[in-house]
Design a protein. Structure first.
Length: 204
């Protein structure tokens, strides 16, 4: 699996690049994970409802083709896009979501954070507060989009939406939970890549 560390890139160009990669890949194309951050943006998934966007302010809203509803991306949050051939790896969508959640739980566990997934509201939580979101699009057995993990970011834009379509859902971050002990962004990013690579089944 090829891991690309892309820095901070705008959402629109990344979205187009994911679609192009997925549409053009062959049965032999290596799976990839793109690790990056986005400038402030709200993304609204296929099942997103306008009433869950409360007060976006100056932050742009982009309608996209992943599952789920509205979420926020911004500096200080890692986004990992998982460009993965599920058929080749003999993994179904539910299994992939479970694996992504498990990787996030393991990453947070490295810093003593007890986190968990919720099968009824996908994502990863700490004491009822959401710290990581997931959303995938699968086309012809191949995934794109992926997950986001809140490390050290301004959480106030989440108050402009009902995160993931849940009214009153509280959102947290590693910095909120750990204060001055919050790890460096790069350390969290490398841990995330390491656990994703370890958990995602390789192609046959």
């Amino acid at each position: 699996m090829l891991c690309r560390r892309l820095g901070t890139v705008d959402f629109d160009s990344t979205f187009e690049a994911m679609k192009t990669f997925t549409a053009s890949r062959t049965p032999d194309t290596e799976d990839e994970i793109w690790l990056l951050q986005h400038p402030p943006v709200y993304t609204q998934g296929r099942s997103g409802k306008p009433e869950h966007v409360l007060d976006p302010g100056e932050v742009p809203i982009i309608q996209i083709d992943r599952g789920g509803q509205v979420t926020y991306h911004g500096p200080g949050q890692w986004v990992a896009y998982v460009l993965y051939d599920l058929r080749r790896a003999n993994v179904n969508v539910r299994q992939l979501v479970n694996l992504l959640e498990a990787a996030l739980v393991q990453v947070l566990g490295e810093w003593g954070i007890e986190a968990y997934g919720d099968p009824d509201a996908r994502g990863v939580y700490v004491d009822g507060c959401k710290i990581a979101a997931l959303g995938l699009k699968v086309s012809k057995g191949r995934s794109y989009h992926g997950l986001s993990l809140n490390v050290d970011l301004d959480l106030s834009p989440f108050s402009g939406i009902n995160p993931c379509g849940y009214e009153g859902l509280e959102v947290t971050s590693l910095a909120t939970l750990m204060g001055s002990d919050c790890p460096e962004m790069d350390d969290v990013g490398e841990a995330l890549l390491r656990h994703l690579e370890a958990l995602l089944p390789a192609a046959d």
